[in-house]
Design a protein around this ligand. Sequence first.
Ligand SMILES: [Zn+2]
Length: 121
Amino acid sequence: MRAVKSKHTSPELTVRGLLRKKKIKFKTYANLPGLPDIILSDKKTVIRVMGCFWHGHACKRGSRMPKTNVRYWSAKIARNKTRDKGNRAALKKLGWRVVDVWECRLKKADWAVKIVKKLNG
Ligand SMILES: [Zn+2]
């Protein structure tokens, strides 16, 4: 039987699965700027799971533009980036630590170790 490919699981679920495994308590909803995906109230930390394309990551996937409607997509992504930045600043102002997890990082072998380290650090 073939292993389930990671591209079929949503990145957010992957991260949540890790937290459960590590017994790190989290919520999936809090009325905070940008409605972050995962909230760790104990650590006053939020995790934002970011799709590389939608949030304009500086990686291969993030810089690949669709062939059509380039203007539309680049404007949309630019708006998302501005919004992400604003939300990060607003969260910090409220005393939250913001950990962004990029979709492409989840493909690296050591992603889980790195996130856990970051959360505990
Ligand atoms: Zn990326």
